[in-house]
Write a protein that binds this ligand. Structure first.
Ligand code: TEU
Ligand code: CA
Length: 561
């Protein structure tokens, strides 16, 4: 297996709006990230992924860009970014930016021009269609509810927006758009950044006859997926971007690819494909989805989770590479979702971290995960800020009559704002996030859960994550070792091995508050063993053929033949 720095790295994702505010306006900013670089050095991470920091009217918190070469007013100025990049590099920390080019903001000059007239030189930068029988060009629905088409009086035509109306999709069929993207990517890489996370990159190629999508029973709109996800020219476009720009720099690229399966993924990240280094898949994040998707959230089954993660481990082990994540700015907090954020908060947070970091792939830590931040439940809908929540509430409750309390429960369990409450630095007012009024309310448990109370506590989740990151640098088997699941049918234990030459790591994780017995399969032989990490006291010489596991217990052993 080819060795690469980005396979050995641990990435820390920052949502700048909620990370650290330095000028008292209640909104996190780039100087706040600069201020916390030493904390990130202390944590031990190698790469920072910054969510969008570009000029934006923030209809979708920066994922709607109005100028790709300028900094969002709230976050600071370009000099702040240049300083951050220089100081990060001084500490050996690399920085990835978020490339959002499936769509732009409707306030981007390209769109301002494009909507003026049908023969405007920027017209084909976007996807404009005639209406059909006075209605939208087809039945596609937006990810954020409603139609994916917006009527525009100026030219009596509709433009496509897979996300909000203020996020019109860019027309990648137009070589001018692809050139624009190459130029802005090269511009940032020449500034010295270390790569990109690419937003919904699997959606950039649309089938050009734009047929109606399949429509579920009772649904208001059709699904654009079959005609716009992993579309006909997506690989051609990525190869072109790679050949013209990306391949000329020592960087890392990770694509966000909803709808990818391991087979499809190998087309994006296969070593011989010259497209991307790795991608984010969503199958484990869709667990529990019901009739209304994540808005009818059902129970989680470990068997299903193990099956999905194993499929991806084995599916990409020859020539591919996985991205490993439990959390990001679109997902709820994992300790509340797959763990227990009350009685076994610490144990389950550590177990989940271990289970993920021991898998083959590059681990991503989302801000606050390293201190065990949890989901929040704001009583009033007005306390929420996420456009996806409001649009879903309007469609499901106000249009389709879903029960308010049922919807609020789904928002508590799966809403994106769970990930966007301010970072909890200490127990002072506003958790040390801001001296002003935070743009979104804090999680009231910040007095108990915060960085300051965990830094010097060797038994804290924070110091446990530091250890996970440290042992990765000391154990090549943890990075390059082959993955093999054991006890596959067990409903409470997730156990697997990682093997590299004659070294084998045995990973044991109890995903329940019960005390199941772990039984070591006979075919796993070893002469000596060493306990690498565990979230409970465990004695080195203890026999591991049978272990009565404690609630949410995890252990990792190095087995030497
Ligand atoms: O997310 C794309 C995406 O797939 C999300 O819609 C995701 O599935 C959903 O939010 C989960 O409920 C990316 C960004 O990560 C997200 O923050 C943006 O809102 C979106 O693209 C549009 O840019
Ligand atoms: Ca600020």
């Amino acid at each position: 297996m080819k060795k690469q720095w980005w396979k050995e790295a641990v990435v820390y994702q920052i949502y700048p709006r909620s990370f650290k505010d330095t000028n008292g306006d209640g909104i996190g900013d780039l100087r706040g990230v600069l201020e916390k670089l030493d904390y990130l050095k202390f944590l031990g991470i190698d790469v920072i992924w910054l969510c969008p920091i570009y000029k934006s009217p923030n209809d979708d918190n920066g994922y709607d860009i109005s100028d790709y070469r300028d900094i969002m007013q709230e976050f600071g100025i370009m000099k702040d970014f240049d300083k951050l990049l220089a100081e990060a590099h001084k500490r050996g920390i690399k920085i990835l930016l978020d490339l959002v080019v499936n769509h732009s903001s409707d306030e981007h000059n390209w769109f301002v021009e494009s909507r003026k007239s049908k023969d405007n030189e920027y017209r084909d930068y976007y996807i404009w269609k005639e209406g059909k029988d006075g209605k939208e060009p087809n039945n596609w629905g937006s990810v954020f509810s409603g139609s994916a088409w917006q009527y525009d009086e100026a030219t009596d035509m509709y433009y496509l927006h897979l996300f909000t109306k203020k996020q019109p999709d860019l027309n990648w069929e137009n070589p001018k758009i692809r050139k624009e993207v190459q130029d802005l990517v090269r511009w940032w890489l020449d500034k010295g950044i270390d790569g990109f996370r690419m937003d919904v990159i699997s959606a950039i190629s649309k089938q050009q006859d734009f047929p109606d999508g399949p429509k579920k029973e009772g649904a208001l709109y059709g699904d654009f997926g079959p005609y716009s996800i992993n579309g006909p020219r997506v690989h051609e476009y990525l190869k072109e971007l790679n050949k013209e720009v990306l391949s000329k720099y020592d960087i890392m690229t990770v694509g966000e690819t909803p709808g990818a399966t391991p087979e499809i993924a190998m087309d994006y990240v296969g070593e011989e494909r010259d497209e991307l280094n790795m991608l984010f898949q969503f199958e484990h994040m869709s667990l529990g989805d019901g009739e209304d998707g994540k808005w009818s959230n059902g129970p989680f089954k470990l068997i299903e989770l193990k099956a999905i993660l194993s499929k991806w481990q084995k599916g990409l082990e020859k020539g591919g590479w996985n991205s490993l994540y439990w959390n990001n700015h679109d997902q709820p907090r994992i300790v509340s979702r797959f763990g227990d954020d009350k009685k076994y908060w610490k144990e389950s947070a550590k177990m989940l971290g271990t289970c993920l970091h021991m898998l083959q792939g590059t681990p991503y830590i989302y801000q606050g995960e390293e201190i065990g931040m949890t989901n929040v439940a704001f009583e009033n809908l007005e306390d929420y800020k996420d456009v996806e929540i409001f649009n879903a509430y309007r469609e499901l409750v106000q249009l389709k009559g879903k029960d308010h309390d049922e919807m609020m429960k789904a928002i508590y369990e799966r809403g994106r704002d769970n990930a966007r409450t301010p970072m909890q630095w200490d127990a002072s007012e506003n958790a040390g996030f801001t001296q002003g009024t935070p743009w979104i309310k804090l999680n009231p448990n910040y007095k108990e859960i915060n960085v300051e109370s965990q830094i010097n506590d060797e038994n804290s989740i924070l110091n446990y994550y530091r250890k996970l990151i440290k042992i990765r640098k000391e154990n090549e088997a943890m990075i390059y070792g082959q993955y093999d699941i054991i006890l596959e049918a067990h409903e409470e234990i997730y156990a697997y091995t990682r093997t590299l030459e004659n070294e084998k790591l045995l990973v044991i994780c109890n995903f329940s508050q019960n005390t199941p017995e772990f039984n070591l399969p006979e075919d796993i032989e070893f002469s000596t063993k060493e306990l690498i990490i565990s979230n409970y006291e465990a004695h080195e010489e203890e026999d591991i053929k049978e272990i009565a596991l404690r609630p949410y217990e995890c252990r990792v052993y190095k087995l030497i033949k």
